[in-house]
Design a protein around this ligand. Structure first.
Ligand code: AMP
Length: 408
C-alpha cells in the first residue's frame, strides 16, 4: 500500500519493493519498484563515478534532486542511494535486488539468483562484453555489501535469444571459432523484447501457443527480433551490439571487406576500426550532424539532405531486416515498435511500414500521429496486419523476475 501525504512530501510504503540496478563501469542506473507495480517509487542515475564531478540524481514524484558524490565510486553511489531510501522510509521495504547483465553467453538461458558460481559465470562471459560485464560485477559486489541479507538476482539481455536455432546463430566461418571462442550471434535487448512479446500477446489477445510477432526496439542502440509462439527465433544484433540496424553511432551491417579496405587505405588499427564502427558511424556518421533522431528529423524538415539520407537509410535497413526476420515466422500477427525512436518517431514508423506493404501492413496515419510520448496503441488500418506502438519497461521485467526468484 502506498500512503501519500497531502503535501506530497513523503511517501511511505508497507509493500515489498525490488531495487533494480543497471551498473556500468562509471555509472549506476537504479529504480525502486513496489512488487506488482510497474511504476517506480524512485529512479535515477549515478554518473561520472570515480571522477571529480561524480554525482547522483534521484527522481521521485517530488521531482529531481542531484547530489555530488565528490569523486566517489560505486560503493559511495550505493551508500547515497541507501541513505536516500532510508530518509524516505523505503529502505526496510526493500526485499530483493535485481541486476541487469548485458551478456550471459550460452551459460545463462534465464534469470538466476546470484551466488559465487553465478558471479564466476558472469566473469567468464566478460570477454564477450568487456565494456559491460566487469561494471555489472562491480555493481553486484557493491549491492551485496550494501544489502548482505537480501536475495540478489541477475537478468541477462542475451537470455531471451538463447532459443535461436543453430542455423540462425552460427556465423558462416569455420566452426572452430565458435568452439574455441564462442563466436556466434547472441543478440541483445532481450529483456525489452521479452517484455514486448508477452505484452503484445496479452494486449492483442493472441494465442500464447500460436503467434508470430516482429519487434523493433529502436533507441540509440537498435535491434529487431522475430518471436514465434513465445520463443525468439531470430534477431538482428550479433555477437556484439554492432550488427544489424543503423543505430545512433553504430554502423550496423557492413561488408567486412569494406572495413579491411578502409583500414588499409587509412592505416587504421583495430581500435581505430572499433571506434569508427561503434562511435562515429550510424545516424551520426551519415548525417555528420547528430546521432539523435529528433535533431535529424528537425534538420531534414529544414532541407538538410544528409539528415534526410540518414533517416531514409535507417528506415530502409529496418524494413529490409524486418522482412528477413519475417521469414523465420510461421505466421505474422503483428509488428511492434518500441524504444525512444519506436515510441516517438511517427515519421520513421511511417517510412518503414510503407516499405512493408508486401507483408500486408497498412498504416493508419492519424493513429500513427497520435501514438507518441507514451501513448502507444495500434497504428494499422483495420483488416491489415497489425502494427502497434508500445512503451518498453525493462526495469519492471527485471523486478518481476527478481521477485519470482526470491519467492516474494
Ligand atoms: P532511447 O535510447 O530508447 O532512449 O532512444 C533515444 C532515441 O530516441 C534518440 O535518437 C532520440 O532522438 C529518439 N527520440 C526520442 N523522442 C523522439 C521524438 N519525439 N521523435 C523522434 N525521435 C525521438
Amino acid at each position: 500500500m502506498i500512503l501519500q501525504s497531502d503535501k506530497d512530501v513523503t511517501i511511505m510504503t508497507t509493500s515489498k519493493q525490488i531495487l533494480v540496478i543497471n551498473c556500468g563501469s562509471s555509472s549506476v542506473k537504479f529504480a525502486l519498484l513496489p512488487k506488482d507495480s510497474r511504476e517506480p517509487l524512485l529512479s535515477g542515475l549515478a554518473e561520472c563515478l570515480g571522477l571529480a564531478d561524480a554525482r547522483i540524481t534521484f527522481k521521485t514524484s517530488e521531482g529531481k534532486k542531484t547530489e555530488s558524490l565528490d569523486g566517489g565510486r560505486h560503493e559511495e553511489a550505493m551508500s547515497a542511494l541507501t541513505r536516500f531510501m532510508e530518509n524516505h522510509g523505503w529502505l526496510d521495504g526493500v526485499a530483493a535486488v535485481g541486476h541487469r547483465i548485458v551478456h550471459g553467453g550460452e551459460r545463462f538461458q534465464a534469470s538466476v539468483l546470484v551466488d559465487d558460481g553465478v558471479i564466476e559465470g558472469i566473469e567468464a562471459c566478460s570477454s564477450l562484453a568487456p565494456l559491460h560485464n566487469p561494471g555489472h560485477l562491480v555493481g553486484i559486489r557493491a549491492a551485496r555489501a550494501a544489502f548482505p541479507a537480501l536475495p540478489q538476482a541477475v537478468v541477462f539481455d542475451t537470455a531471451f535469444h538463447q532459443t535461436l536455432p543453430r542455423a540462425a546463430y552460427m556465423y558462416a566461418i569455420p566452426q572452430r571459432f565458435y568452439h574455441d571462442y564462442g563466436v556466434r550471434r547472441y543478440g541483445m535487448h532481450g529483456t525489452s523484447h521479452r517484455f514486448i512479446a508477452s505484452e503484445t500477446v496479452a494486449t492483442l489477445g493472441l494465442d500464447p501457443e500460436r503467434h508470430g510477432i516482429l519487434i523493433a526496439h529502436l533507441g540509440n542502440g537498435a535491434s529487431a527480433t522475430a518471436v514465434s509462439n513465445g520463443r525468439c527465433v531470430d534477431t538482428t544484433m550479433g555477437m556484439t551490439p554492432l550488427e544489424g540496424l543503423v543505430m545512433g553511432t553504430r554502423s550496423g551491417d557492413i561488408d567486412p571487406a569494406a572495413v579491411t579496405f578502409i583500414a588499409r587505405k587509412e592505416g587504421l588499427d583495430l581500435d581505430g576500426i572499433d571506434s569508427l564502427l561503434n562511435k562515429q558511424s550510424g545516424l551520426l556518421g551519415i548525417s555528420g550532424l547528430s546521432s539523435d533522431c529528433r535533431a535529424l528529423e528537425d534538420a531534414a524538415a529544414e532541407g538538410n539532405k544528409d539528415a534526410q539520407l540518414a533517416l531514409d537509410m535507417f528506415a530502409h535497413r529496418l524494413a529490409r531486416l524486418l522482412g528477413g526476420l519475417a521469414s523465420s515466422l510461421e505466421r505474422l500477427d503483428a509488428l511492434v515498435f518500441t524504444g525512444g525512436i519506436g515510441e516517438n518517431s511517427s515519421l520513421l514508423r511511417e517510412k518503414t511500414l510503407a516499405r512493408l506493404k508486401i507483408f500486408g501492413f497498412a498504416i493508419d496515419p492519424a493513429a500513427n500521429e497520435r501514438a507518441v510520448r507514451g501513448a502507444g496503441g495500434l497504428i494499422s488500418r483495420p483488416g491489415s496486419v497489425m502494427a502497434m506502438v508500445m512503451a518498453t519497461n525493462e526495469e519492471w521485467m527485471i523486478a518481476r523476475d527478481t521477485a519470482e526468484l526470491a519467492g516474494l
